[in-house]
Write a protein that binds this ligand. Structure first.
Ligand code: ACO
Length: 343
């Protein structure tokens, strides 16, 4: 059985910076920089312009990951796209990105499978588990895994929505998972879910049990009520479960590998809230200098946080060949996961 390793990383965030003060000045949100920064660690985030969607952000990150891996798009055997903000209800953003990568035209066209993953903040790790299995089984040699989000289109950027709107930003991260005979790569992945908490963190938009699924006004125009249109979150409950499940996910991974936290050289925690991550790190005795962050600059980019962290660390030299890397995430569902990789 081949090993599955990360042969290339890429990241892309849109150029428009929106600071905490911009939320007040440009959008009229009743908040303060101090409130947001103290509770979440966020200073600013990126918002894509209208007309830009998750597949476009994902394509930019994917091209960088492919370049880092020394591969052309047509050498891919599969595409996985993790997102809670896909371009459309259907089809998924994976096929949109496949077409954008030029895989559907010309002599090098390759109609490889493209699959979307809808596991929110855990989407990247669910994708990593899938990509690793595809490679280790021999079904694929190179799998492109992208996490891409365009949250800014679906945030209630008013005082009513401030609890959620101040947390999220746009961006994409990508990795290529490739087969190798070398003794390196993804050593294991562990995923979990608890569907009792669906209603604690969700964005429903519609209810498919209704006829029609979106109510119509007297002119036949669909009417989405604000409580369905914007994400609903019970912040304190999410915080508590995130800390518990992330600690558990770390312990599960270390126990399965027969290692302790001290054996890990670099920790990539999902970037939902700096305080969640500090709490987990303190609980497990993880030293600050082994953690990487980007929530201060990008906010919560959901499925993109971990691949963006990997890409930044790989490019600025913090992530070196031979290091042992742990990745941990928690999100809506609830879902969670962890993975250990020898880089
Ligand atoms: N600016 C100013 N005031 C605000 C803001 C804001 N942006 N948001 C909420 N408030 C107000 C509330 O209206 C409330 O006012 P009130 O007391 O007059 O009613 C007060 O601040 C306290 O609100 P809480 O929601 O109780 O604040 P809390 O201390 O719980 O912090 C937060 C909110 C930061 C969202 C916190 O609960 C949290 O981080 N939870 C984790 C959620 C999370 O990380 N979600 C990310 C998505 S899921 C994932 O990726 C894991």
């Amino acid at each position: 059985m081949p090993n599955a390793y990360i042969s290339g990383t890429g990241g892309y965030v849109p150029p428009r910076v929106v600071t905490n003060d911009d939320l007040i000045q440009q959008y009229g949100v009743d908040t303060t920089h101090e409130w947001i920064h103290r509770r979440t660690g966020i200073n600013e985030r990126r918002f894509a312009d209208a007309g830009v969607g998750s597949a476009e952000l994902g394509e930019k990150a994917a091209r960088r990951a492919l370049e880092a891996a020394g591969l052309e798009p047509h050498e891919l055997d599969m595409i996985l796209f993790a997102s809670l903000s896909p371009d459309y209800c259907f089809p998924g953003s994976g096929v949109i990105m496949q077409e954008r990568l030029g895989l559907c035209e010309g002599p090098k066209a390759r109609f490889v499978p493209a699959m979307d993953i809808r596991n929110q903040c855990s989407g990247f790790l669910y994708g990593l588990g899938t990509a690793t299995s595809m490679v280790q089984s021999g079904a694929c040699k190179h799998v492109l895994l992208v996490g891409g989000e365009t949250h800014s289109a679906a945030l209630d950027l008013s005082t009513r929505g401030r609890q959620v709107a101040s947390l999220f930003g746009d961006g994409a991260g990508a990795v290529v998972v490739s087969a190798t005979d070398e003794d390196r790569g993804i050593r294991g992945w562990w995923l979990g879910a608890d569907g009792r908490h669906v209603e604690v963190l969700c964005q429903k938009v519609w209810d498919i049990k209704q006829r029609p699924f979106i109510p119509l006004d007297e002119h036949g125009v669909g009417q989405v009520q604000p409580e369905a249109m914007w994400a609903y979150m019970e912040g304190k409950k999410v915080f508590r479960h995130a800390v518990e499940r992330m600690c558990e996910a770390v312990l599960t991974a270390c126990t399965a590998q027969g290692i302790t936290g001290a054996d890990i050289d670099l920790w990539c925690f999902h970037q939902a809230n700096m305080r969640i991550n500090q709490y987990v790190a303190e609980t497990l005795g993880i030293p600050e200098d082994k953690l990487v962050h980007n929530i201060d600059r990008y906010g919560n980019t959901t499925a993109a946080t971990i691949p963006l962290l990997l890409d930044e660390a790989a490019r600025d030299g913090r992530l070196q060949r031979g290091m042992k890397v742990a990745m941990v995430a928690f999100g809506s569902g609830f879902t969670w996961g962890s993975a250990i990789c020898d880089w």
